[in-house]
Design a protein around this ligand. Structure first.
Ligand SMILES: [Zn+2]
Length: 242
């Protein structure tokens, strides 16, 4: 697939890859290895994107704050507007686009299809990183999140005086990770992802990654799924599994 520009010159379409999985599957941790291997990838994660917009005081950010103040999910169409703004800004220099945690359900998949079509693009791959419920539940009890930059810190770091390894900010147990809230998030994910997987399976876009191994093994599997050949081309900067 190519994008044909007005002067008739064609350049290869930028691949757009969605990474989805149950909460605490280890997506963010494994993604760090992918971005180390391919710094030209741009990353759209809903929470981070709208957090930055809010910090910058843009109209999108102000609207996202209003939804948060009302304790409402961001409407699908609004997330689509955010993605459109992101692509307008980032696409010209991007080697590829990674969507993390989006789309979450079949309605969002339809919004995504429409937004991408507006740029002459379509989804190249839907990577589903899965772990059994008991693994996700065990991991979430051990993780904290940075209040400042939203980096997840895994593996039972000392609390309360631990700080974020990236920015030095304070790290806390996220409200969403409290046991009873987390159980509900997991149940909701399992329910909504069924239709989503079916949506992409009909287009043969689904690639599954097992998230249960060590961080190194999982990162390696994710690199292979998202970027075949990336480890070789990037000179082995990504962690290796066995
Ligand atoms: Zn931080």
């Amino acid at each position: 697939m190519t994008n044909v520009e007005s002067n008739g010159a064609a350049r290869p379409a930028v691949p757009v890859i969605a990474l989805v999985g149950p909460p605490a599957a280890g997506k963010s941790t494994a993604m760090r290895a992918v971005f180390a291997a391919r710094p030209g990838l741009v990353h759209f994660a809903v929470r981070v994107f709208f957090g930055r917009q809010a910090a910058a005081g843009t109209l999108l950010g102000l609207r996202a704050k209003e939804y948060a103040a009302q304790a409402r999910w961001l409407p699908d169409e609004f997330v689509g507007e955010g993605l459109t703004a992101f692509l307008e800004a980032e696409l010209p220099d991007a080697e590829g686009v990674v969507l993390e945690g989006f789309p979450r359900n079949a309605d969002q998949a339809r919004v995504l299809d429409r937004v991408l079509a507006g740029f002459g693009l379509e989804l190249a791959r839907f990577v589903y990183m899965d772990v059994p419920d008991e693994v996700a539940t065990a991991r979430v009890g051990q993780r904290r999140v940075c209040q400042r930059c939203e980096t997840f810190v895994e593996n039972g770091i000392p609390v309360p005086d631990a700080v974020c390894p990236r920015c030095g900010g304070p790290v806390v147990l996220r409200r969403d990770d409290a046991p009873e809230v987390f159980r509900e998030r997991l149940r909701h994910h399992r329910e909504s992802v069924r239709e989503l997987l079916a949506h992409y399976a009909t287009r043969d876009l689904v690639m599954r990654v097992d998230g249960t191994g060590t961080p190194e093994v999982v990162a390696h599997a994710l690199c292979d799924a998202m970027l075949p050949g990336a480890l070789v081309e990037a000179g082995d900067t990504a962690p290796r599994g066995e």
